[in-house]
Design a protein around this ligand. Structure first.
Ligand SMILES: C[S@@+](CC[C@H](N)C(=O)[O-])C[C@H]1O[C@@H](n2cnc3c(N)ncnc32)[C@H](O)[C@@H]1O
Length: 240
């Protein structure tokens, strides 16, 4: 798999990803919802529906960013969430959101690296990662950590961009994410490279069957994917 980095080839991907999300954290939520026209909310809701039947679920949201998925999952009665992220800038925005919504007793945000998580083995019923795995420096190491912290029988649910296959969605989405988003994202966030990285890293990311094969290799079971919104994104499901 080709390693795509945000700014240069010299520094590690991890350092650059952390710096990039710190840089764009002040505009992240606005641009995220603007670019997706709110579709991202529907995808998060789909994840919530999958978890709703688990009583008193202990959930870890890896690469939580500004905690949007934790907030959505807080609608599940009795569920408790921990959100982990490497970018302090993103977590600061998340903290404000969680506090404003009165959810500080249900959602705890932790600064840390997905490849060395500060949690005991077999701690969580569910681990979620939305638009995070593509940013891991070492994908298999991050996934192995997800496996380690999940309880036996626990679920890993991953939401990630996917390369749509059919005309005209494929062509339109490529133009939108490859040209429109870097230009508009660059204007608002003052970091055009960040939005170019989003496109390049999505294209380089192992898609669908290839990602499922990586989940198999890492040791997850019953691995599957479900394309959403004409294949712009996929929800991956895996069991420990
Ligand atoms: C595109 S954002 C997604 C944020 C959020 N999950 C969402 O759906 O809006 C990717 C997030 O992954 C985080 N991230 C990247 N590499 C990470 C790592 N190694 N450990 C923890 N978080 C990481 C970034 O800091 C960033 O907040």
């Amino acid at each position: 798999m080709k390693t795509v980095k945000p700014y240069n080839q010299k520094e590690s991907k991890k350092e650059q990803v952390e710096e990039m999300f710190d840089n764009i954290s002040h505009k992240y939520d606005f641009l995220n919802h603007f670019f997706s026209a709110g579709i991202d909310k529907r995808w998060r809701k789909k994840i919530r529906k999958q978890i709703e039947s688990i009583p008193h679920a202990n959930i870890l949201d890896v690469a939580t960013g500004t905690a949007d998925l934790c907030v959505e999952l807080s609608k599940i009665e009795g569920a408790n969430m921990i959100g982990l992220d490497i970018s302090k800038g993103m977590l600061e925005k998340g903290e404000v959101k969680v506090k404003d919504k009165g959810l500080s007793n249900r959602i705890k945000l932790v600064h840390g690296d997905s490849e060395h998580m500060p949690f005991e083995d077999n701690s969580f019923d569910v681990v979620t990662v939305s638009f995070g795995v593509r940013n891991f420096q070492n994908l298999e190491k991050g996934l192995k950590e997800c496996l380690r912290v999940l309880k036996k029988g626990g679920s890993l649910i991953i939401l990630e961009f996917s390369n749509p296959k059919n005309f005209p969605v494929k062509q339109l989405f490529n133009f939108y994410s490859g040209s429109v988003m870097p230009t508009v994202g660059g204007m608002f966030s003052k970091d055009k490279k960040a939005y170019k990285y989003l496109h390049d890293s999505s294209r380089a990311f192992p898609n669908r069957e290839d990602f499922v094969a990586i989940l198999d290799k890492v040791g997850f079971n019953n691995n599957s994917f479900t394309p959403v919104s004409s294949g712009i994104a996929c929800i991956y499901n895996a069991i420990k």
